[in-house]
Design a protein around this ligand. Structure first.
Ligand code: FEO
Length: 169
């Protein structure tokens, strides 16, 4: 049976992951509105990934005999100024998520929950990748200056992203 404090923290994270999915879906809608189908695709895949993260926490909590309690999902920001602004906000959000995962690690250490420490390791690695992907896109957007043919080409590249379900490990 999982420690109560740990279960509460994991429940909160389920909500944060669903919020992340919601936020990225809102960002996808912004790109749809601009006619940037490739960027919209990239964000929709990102939203799917976040949904899968929520389910990963959900499944883990169930496996450990914890009670899943879903809360309301906050309304995401929809005030975006440019393509670059969206990705800067994405990076900011991912840095925040990294801090949440680190906090979960702290709780797992505090309650000496080795299974949770092992489970959370996947998310620690995932966050490195998430932040790095955003940084790369921001760097590219700064080079193309968010305009013209280069942005159109980048949009075609972003259209290539496909959703891959995360491993069960
Ligand atoms: Fe679930 Fe992008 O962190």
């Amino acid at each position: 049976m999982i420690n109560e404090k740990m279960a509460k923290a994991l429940n909160e994270q389920i909500n944060k992951e669903f919020y992340s999915s919601y936020l990225y879906l809102q960002m996808a809608a912004y790109f749809e509105d601009m006619g940037l189908k490739g960027f919209a695709n990239w964000m929709r895949v990102q939203a799917q990934e976040e949904n899968s993260h929520a389910h990963k926490f959900y499944d883990y909590l169930v496996d450990r005999g914890g009670k899943v309690v879903l809360e309301a999902i906050e309304k995401p920001n929809n005030d975006f100024k440019s393509v670059l602004d969206v990705f800067e906000k994405t990076l900011e959000h991912e840095i925040y998520v990294t801090s949440l995962i680190n906090n979960l690690m702290d709780v797992a250490e505090e309650v000496k929950d080795r299974a949770s420490l092992s489970f959370l390791k996947w998310f620690i690695d995932e966050q490195v990748e998430e932040e790095s992907n955003c940084e790369d896109i921001i760097a590219q957007l700064k080079i193309v200056d968010c305009s013209g043919d280069a942005l159109f080409m980048m949009d075609r590249e972003m259209a290539q992203r496909v959703y891959v379900a995360p491993s069960q490990n």
